[in-house]
Write a protein of this length. Structure first.
Length: 315
């Protein structure tokens, strides 16, 4: 009887450990599948010159100085990134998956780095956003090695960061903002300086002293703005962004959230039709917070009832 009880106990213990082992194998298998789900492979940096040129096997990236910001050149094609990079060292990370690349531009400072993430799909470049990796204990431990794993999950791009091989953070980007390709070789650029009106008898005018800067009365006695030409402008089409918050405004202008309007989105554009006519389009201020256009009418569109409106050169 005692021998039978011992035999039953041995069989039960054997079944228990076999089942436990199978459960352990299932857990390991799940982890392996999760880790291997990314198709992005890190590309080796072959050459770096002066923090502005970065050469990989298939791509050459170059930061092109545009006064206070930088645009990005990829294999000699220039994209309007308008990056602000104030850092002691700049690095590039390039991860490739078939015809897609995730590009990370790192502004590396002593206690941490800011990363600007881009997705390149064929020749189309998209801004994903930015994230930060901090190394606050660098004075004690020294700089830790950074690494990444990148996953495409539907329309989302997930970037997992590692420090010295240990998981540090997960960043999920679900929006893609298309970056405009700059025309690198405009020929015979046209000048639009002069006084432009809906008709020359009208009191309202667009006075252009320089192609690079324009002063526009948006709403009489309320809003008047300075606009700066964007680099993506071509020889016969000009795009303008808001330069700064207006100094003198009425109560309506003072009530607007100007800090959200100061960005690189165009608010107006001009297309040259001929020597005496231009097509003026008022887009309105772009609110960076709500992602909406606001104040979408100006003096010209209200007066003419049209947008865009054809303006004639009067002087």
């Amino acid at each position: 009887m005692r021998e039978n009880n011992l035999l039953i106990l041995i069989i039960l213990l054997s079944l228990f450990y076999n089942c436990k082992g199978q459960d352990d194998k299932k857990v390991i298998k799940t982890i392996v599948n999760q880790d291997s789900s990314t198709c992005f492979v890190k590309q080796n940096l072959l050459q770096k010159n002066n923090d502005t040129e970065f050469k990989f096997d298939d791509y050459k990236f170059e930061l092109v100085n545009n006064e206070e910001t930088y645009n990005l050149s990829i294999n000699s094609k220039k994209y309007l990134t308008n990056l602000t990079l104030e850092s002691s060292e700049i690095n590039f990370w390039n991860y490739k998956c078939d015809n897609k690349n995730v590009i990370l531009i790192e502004a590396d400072d002593y206690y941490g780095s800011t990363f600007f993430a881009y997705l390149m799909d064929n020749d189309n470049l998209y801004s994903l956003g930015e994230f930060v990796i901090e190394q606050l204990d660098v004075e004690k431990k020294g700089p830790q090695k950074k690494d990444f794993k990148i996953y495409l999950e539907g329309n989302d791009v997930k970037i997992v960061t590692y420090l010295n091989g240990k998981n540090n953070s997960t960043n999920i980007f679900n929006k893609r903002n298309n970056i405009a390709l700059i025309n690198n070789s405009p020929k015979n650029p046209k000048s639009i300086t002069g006084e432009w009106k809906v008709n020359c008898e009208d009191a309202r005018s667009l006075d252009i002293d320089s192609d690079k800067e324009i002063f526009l009365v948006v709403q009489g006695n309320q809003i008047a703005v300075n606009m700066i030409k964007l680099e993506k402008s071509t020889s016969d089409e000009f795009f303008y962004r808001l330069d700064k918050k207006p100094l003198n405004m009425g109560s309506g202008g003072n009530a607007l959230p100007w800090e959200t309007y100061l960005n690189n989105n165009e608010i107006a554009k001009i297309k040259v039709l001929n020597d005496n006519q231009i097509e003026f389009t008022w887009l309105g201020f772009y609110n960076d917070k709500t992602k909406e256009r606001e104040v979408t009418d100006c003096e010209f569109t209200i007066n003419s009832g049209e947008n865009p409106v054809i303006l004639t050169k009067c002087k």
